[in-house]
Design a protein around this ligand. Structure first.
Ligand SMILES: *Cc1c(COP(=O)(O)O)cnc(C)c1O
Length: 339
């Protein structure tokens, strides 16, 4: 048995999900004729209290389309130094939209309204880029699944509106934050101009993301999606998986969070651990003693069929997910105690 904790994207569709996929009614989505996609888009837009939603093949493409919607080449996007849009989208902000990023030195991927006040309010000068967009990420990926304080998001929103800036949320793991903090999708729908969410992270679908926003922006987004090569045909089979994930896999995220916390508790008591980041959701980041070394630790665990992720700078990441069973959990805790 392999205990794969590399990411919450390693899950495989369950029997129920596969059944839902097989019985999906489909059509050509490039002509907006796939009934399952159309129904899912309406359902998610309603869930967030937003006007419109558009199904994308990946979270990266949904984010990239959003950035393109909000900006012109030469513009500036404000995001945290840990932001996925900056670090893990292959330089797409520059390639697709021709923009630069102002990287804010936040805490675990989160910053404050105070920190961005000046760059948000920058006056146009011939030598300055136009600040156009603020992008937040919740939960933060590189920040170890950390959840934003909603009150701080409201303050940042106020800065965005005061300065006429777009406000985008990379919500690849937003449902983890909603479950952990007992928040609602509507809260976020009210504040953000555009939101991307992923069905292929904790929710356990094989593929699929959604970009939400006002109708006029989403009409433009259809064209950008096509331009990026993301116009899909009988994609209702995948929308059915996403729909199944929404109906069945949200509340259970709490058990992923619980398991991550239990792993952290065991690590606390292990003498070879030098530091553990706070655990709020399903991602746990920790450091082992220099004597052991991160790469060596990961190799040793791999020889026991336990797969972990190196995150650079001595960081090791564990991500819990719906295919990580109680039995695997027991084995992992034992192996960590006995290491
Ligand atoms: C995974 C992820 C994405 C999207 O990634 P894809 O692999 O393209 O689906 C975007 N933002 C964050 C924070 C993520 O963790």
């Amino acid at each position: 048995m392999i205990i794969d904790l590399i990411s919450d994207t390693v899950t495989k569709p369950s029997k129920g999900m596969l059944d839902a996929m097989l019985s999906a009614k489909v059509g050509d989505d490039v002509f907006s004729m796939d009934p399952t996609v159309n129904a899912l888009q309406d359902k998610v837009a309603t869930l967030f209290g937003m006007e419109s939603a558009l199904f994308f093949p990946s979270g990266t493409m949904a984010n990239q389309a959003a950035i393109k919607l909000h900006t012109q080449p030469g513009d500036l996007v404000i995001c945290d130094k840990y932001a996925h849009i900056y670090n893990y989208e292959s330089g797409g902000v520059a390639f697709n939209s021709g923009v630069t990023c102002k990287l804010v030195d936040g805490n675990r991927g989160m910053f404050t309204a105070e920190q961005i006040k000046d760059v948000a309010a920058v006056k146009p000068e011939i030598y300055l880029p136009f600040t156009k967009l603020i992008c937040l990420e919740n939960t933060t990926n590189k920040g170890g699944g950390a959840c934003w304080d909603f009150e701080e998001i409201k303050k940042i929103h106020a800065e965005a509106k005061k300065n006429n800036l777009g406000f985008h949320l990379d919500g690849a793991r937003l449902f983890n934050a909603l479950v952990a903090k007992n928040e609602t999708p509507q809260q976020y729908g009210k504040l953000f101009d555009t939101i991307s969410i992923c069905f292929s992270k904790g929710l356990g679908a094989p593929i699929g993301s959604m970009l939400l926003g006002p109708k006029n922006m989403m009409q433009k987004a259809v064209r950008i999606r096509k331009l990026l090569g993301g116009g899909m045909r009988q994609v209702g089979f995948l929308a059915a998986a996403a729909n199944y994930a929404l109906d069945n896999n949200i509340e259970r995220l709490a058990s992923d969070h619980q398991k991550a916390k239990e792993i952290a508790e065991v690590l606390e008591s292990c003498s070879y651990i030098s530091k553990i980041e706070p655990v709020e959701t399903n991602i746990l980041i920790f450091y082992v003693d220099d004597k052991i070394g991160a790469d060596n630790f990961i190799d040793k665990m791999k020889s026991k069929n336990i797969l972990l992720t190196p995150m650079g700078e001595g960081k090791i990441r564990i991500t819990t997910h719906l295919d990580y069973t109680d039995q695997m959990h027991e084995i992992l805790l034992k192996e960590l105690k006995n290491f």
